[in-house]
Write a protein that binds this ligand. Structure first.
Ligand code: 5GP
Ligand code: ZN
Length: 137
C-alpha cells in the first residue's frame, strides 16, 4: 500500500527532516497551519494510534516533547497544539500514525473550538461506565 510517510522514512520522498533516530522521525508538515507545524511519526507503518506498540509509543512521546521544545523556543511561539487525528471521522488523511505539533501565536486568529454538547440526566455516569468497562487494563 502506498504511504507518503513511509516514502519519507525510506527517503524516496523529500521532507524537511527535523529529527530522526532508529524508530522515530520528525519533519515539517507540507501544508502548515502555522509555519513550523511539525509531524512526529514512528518509522514503522502503523495505521493509527491504537496500533502502535507501547514501547514505540513511549519513545515517540519523548520525541514529541523534545520537538515541541524546539518548535516553541526556536520560533518564539506563544503556545502550541499537540494533536493526532485518528480515523476518517476524526479527519485523518494520512493513515500512518502521526502527531502534529502546531506552534501558536496570540495573533494567529485560530479558534480550534468545536460546538460543545451537554449531558442529559444520568448520561454522564452512564458514559463513564461504558468507557471504564472497556479500558483494557
Ligand atoms: P492528518 O490529516 O492525517 O491528521 O495529517 C496529515 C498531515 O500530513 C497533513 O497536515 C498534511 O499537510 C501532511 N502531509 C501530507 N502529505 C505530506 C507530504 O508529502 N509531506 C509532508 N511533509 N507532509 C504531508
Ligand atoms: Zn506508512
Amino acid at each position: 500500500m502506498k504511504c507518503v510517510f513511509c516514502d519519507i522514512v525510506q527517503k524516496t520522498a523529500k521532507a524537511e527532516i527535523l529529527f530522526e533516530d532508529e524508530k522515530i522521525i520528525s519533519f515539517l508538515d507540507i501544508n502548515p497551519f502555522n509555519v513550523g507545524h511539525s509531524l512526529v511519526i514512528p518509522k514503522t507503518h502503523y495505521e493509527n494510534f491504537l496500533e502502535v506498540p507501547s514501547d514505540i509509543f513511549g519513545e515517540m512521546f519523548v520525541v514529541v516533547q523534545q520537538l515541541t521544545k524546539g518548535v516553541v523556543t526556536g520560533l518564539n511561539a506563544d503556545g502550541y497544539n499537540i494533536l493526532s487525528n485518528n480515523g476518517r471521522a476524526a479527519g485523518q488523511s494520512v493513515f500512518h500514525c502521526h502527531f502534529h505539533i502546531i506552534p501558536r501565536f496570540t495573533t494567529d486568529g485560530y479558534k480550534f473550538k468545536m460546538d460543545l454538547k451537554k449531558y442529559g440526566n444520568g448520561e454522564m455516569n452512564m458514559i463513564a461506565e461504558k468507557i471504564k468497562s472497556a479500558i483494557p487494563f
